[in-house]
Design a protein around this ligand. Structure first.
Ligand SMILES: [Zn+2]
Length: 79
């Protein structure tokens, strides 16, 4: 699972790099399970959310599944 996870995370990073451009509005969505810990007081993701990139019209640009727990640092690490 760890290997697939890494591959999906790389795909997510690549999708962000491809679609997120200066001056354009891009929406990042994390589709958490309803019982995910992100909705608890701890606010720590315990599910495996799909990551979705949308443009300002709400059109889906990319959808990455299986990249593991949501980690706020993933947007900074670039990989
Ligand atoms: Zn979650």
């Amino acid at each position: 699972m760890a290997k697939n996870n890494r591959k999906a995370r790389r795909a997510w990073a690549a999708a962000r790099k491809k679609h997120i451009k200066r001056g354009c509005i891009t929406i990042l969505e994390y589709l958490h399970d309803h019982d995910c810990g992100i909705y608890s007081a701890e606010r720590i993701c315990t599910c495996n959310p799909d990551r979705v990139l949308k443009d300002d019209k709400g059109r889906v640009l990319a959808r990455i599944e299986g990249a593991g727990f949501y980690d706020p640092l993933e947007l900074a690490e670039g990989a």
